[in-house]
Design a protein around this ligand. Structure first.
Ligand SMILES: Nc1ncnc2c1ncn2[C@@H]1O[C@H](COP(=O)(O)OP(=O)(O)O)[C@@H](O)[C@H]1O
Ligand SMILES: [Mg+2]
Length: 142
């Protein structure tokens, strides 16, 4: 995804969750659902965005030592949307193209989380440095 695919303006709404245990994932998911509903997304899209957040947050728990998820309201060219930003300082992803393939996992798990996020959101961008961490941004537009 290109820089242009990112949400360019934060319109003010912002929720930040530290993700260090499974309960934090549930809490962030509830905040995400609330925010997406308030923005006016249909229930099926609310479900998709919340599921994307859960996948990103669980990845930070399982593949890094936790991290932070931020939920932003965003706007671009008079469109509104929701942006998820998952930041961790874990091991990073050595091969992003492989990690984006269905059923690729370094942990023997299902390996469908990142590809599902890409399918469910309108844009997705991964910045990662091995040994330093990973930032995933994903947007859904109304
Ligand atoms: N935050 C992360 N930090 C380091 N590696 C990650 C992170 N998120 C994903 N990965 C890598 O990408 C792979 C694919 O992720 P995903 O599609 O969610 O499947 P799964 O979590 O079931 O392994 C993971 O197995 C892991 O190697
Ligand atoms: Mg996963």
């Amino acid at each position: 995804m290109s820089q242009q695919d990112r949400c360019e303006a934060n319109a003010g709404g912002r929720l930040v969750y530290a993700i260090v245990q499974e309960a934090d994932v549930e809490n962030a998911m509830r905040g995400c659902r609330r925010c997406a509903r308030q923005l006016g997304f249909s229930e099926s899209i609310v479900f998709m965005v919340a599921t994307a957040l859960v996948e990103l947050a669980r990845n930070m728990l399982y593949h890094a030592a936790g991290g932070t998820v931020t939920i932003n309201e965003c706007s671009r060219a008079s469109r509104w949307g929701i942006e998820l930003v998952a930041i961790d300082h874990g091991p990073g992803i050595a091969n992003v193209a492989l990690a984006m393939q269905d059923h690729f996992s370094t942990r023997g798990t299902l390996g469908i989380g990142l590809p599902a996020v890409k399918r469910m959101m309108d844009s997705m961008d991964i910045e990662t440095v091995v040994g330093q961490g990973t930032t995933v941004r994903a947007c859904k537009w109304l």
